[in-house]
Ligand binder design. Structure first.
Ligand code: ZN
Ligand code: ZN
Length: 377
């Protein structure tokens, strides 16, 4: 076909392909705005490579993370489970971290030195982050591993506490061993979501015990396949509210519990961190009364922008009802939504109140926000 081979067609085709590629790359980056006083750092603190039971080399983990717009990752190889060790002898348990750190050189990503303590339940599997020598964590008795990690200044969290591989009911149970670890300062956080599971009891335990809330991919294969990135999916991540964009900033935030987990479009965290995150995600751009012909109606159009990746599902708890929708409203990511409010009387300002249904801070508890609306004169 002459047309297909013409130089003009080739240039147009090239531009279309380039644009599609750029759009695909931009779309997959996970984006949440900063909140007052803190940088919102996007982290995935539980991942594997061939240096334990994963299927990829550490550089792939770094590249995937950069594609996903992550700020922080940790490769947390199993200390006690080394199924590839005949093919890949793994005597130096720091090697995965060292390789990742090398690949990340001059790239805008923080690599945290971590390892997965892999024991029967209890205590089960726990990640130790910010360690300086994983080799020293290889110990016979689990308590010595935890104590060595603490000696190295580690932040330690309980992984997939609902995992059916260790607990057939899939219900997180806090054992006396966990209570003792918490008491001794050897357990600081808990995954409320891991891979494709949500641990509701873990959220209750986090709230009761003052543990930091985390959500991570625990990826072994490829992020794109497991979380259907081409289909619009995302990996579970922990949003970390850090005073500074650095490893120390992340460590300080984790020990202080400043996190929200993002999982399958749900935000899971303490109410005091969910509310600022939602408030910085949503802004009222403008509000004005609709005109019908040259007459001003008493239907106020409120234009709301969503600056985050979350599709917010909100329930109207205001005194007003809407002219253009029901009480359940979907605020799509990185887009604007116009709500038409029946204010009955002409007002210069009013308040909208929403319950955020895709955010939770405890069983059946959703945060509520208020938006101040100022009508343009
Ligand atoms: Zn595990
Ligand atoms: Zn794992």
């Amino acid at each position: 076909m002459k047309f297909v081979t013409s130089p003009f067609f080739k240039i147009v085709f090239f531009i279309i392909v380039l644009q599609l590629k750029l759009t695909a790359q931009i779309k997959r980056e996970i984006e949440f705005p900063d909140v007052t006083g803190y940088h919102t750092l996007i982290s995935d603190l539980h991942q594997h490579t061939v240096f334990s039971d994963g299927s990829v080399w550490p550089d792939i983990r770094v590249k995937e993370a950069i594609f996903d717009g992550l700020d922080v990752i940790s490769l947390t190889e199993h200390l006690e489970y080394q199924p590839h060790n005949k093919d890949i002898p793994h005597l130096n348990r720091n090697r995965s971290y060292q390789l990742a750190k090398e690949y990340a050189k001059n790239k805008d990503i923080i690599i945290i030195h971590g390892a997965e303590i892999t024991r029967d339940l209890p205590p089960g599997h726990c990640n130790a982050l910010f360690i300086n020598d994983a080799n020293k964590l290889v110990q016979k008795n689990y308590i010595n591993t935890f104590r060595e990690a603490k000696k190295q200044g580690a932040f330690i969290f309980w992984n997939h506490p609902n995992w059916i591989g260790q607990n057939k009911q899939g219900i997180t149970q806090l054992s006396p061993i966990h209570e003792a670890l918490i008491k001794e300062g050897l357990l600081h956080g808990i995954e409320v979501t891991n891979e494709n599971s949500f641990a509701d009891r873990a959220l209750t335990i986090a709230n009761e015990q003052g543990l930091t809330i985390l959500g991570n991919s625990d990826i072994h294969g490829l992020i794109d396949w497991l979380f259907d990135i081409p289909g619009g999916g995302h990996r579970p991540v922990t949003l970390v509210f850090a005073k500074e964009h650095s490893e120390m900033g992340v460590k300080d935030a984790l020990f202080d519990g400043r996190t929200v987990a993002w999982y399958q479009n749900n935000l899971i965290g303490q109410e005091k961190y969910l509310i600022p995150l939602i408030k910085s995600s949503l802004s009222v751009d403008t509000a004005y009364y609709q005109m019908y012909g040259n007459k001003k109606t008493q239907i106020a159009d409120v234009v709301i922008s969503n600056h985050s990746d979350a599709t917010y599902l909100v329930n109207n708890e205001s005194n007003f009802s809407f002219y253009n929708t029901t009480d359940i409203v979907q605020l799509n990511p990185h887009t604007i939504t116009t709500l038409s409010i029946k204010t009955i009387d002409p007002l210069s300002s009013f308040e909208l109140k929403f319950e955020i249904l895709n955010a939770i801070y405890a069983k059946n508890k959703h945060p509520k926000i208020r938006l101040e609306i100022l009508i343009e004169p």
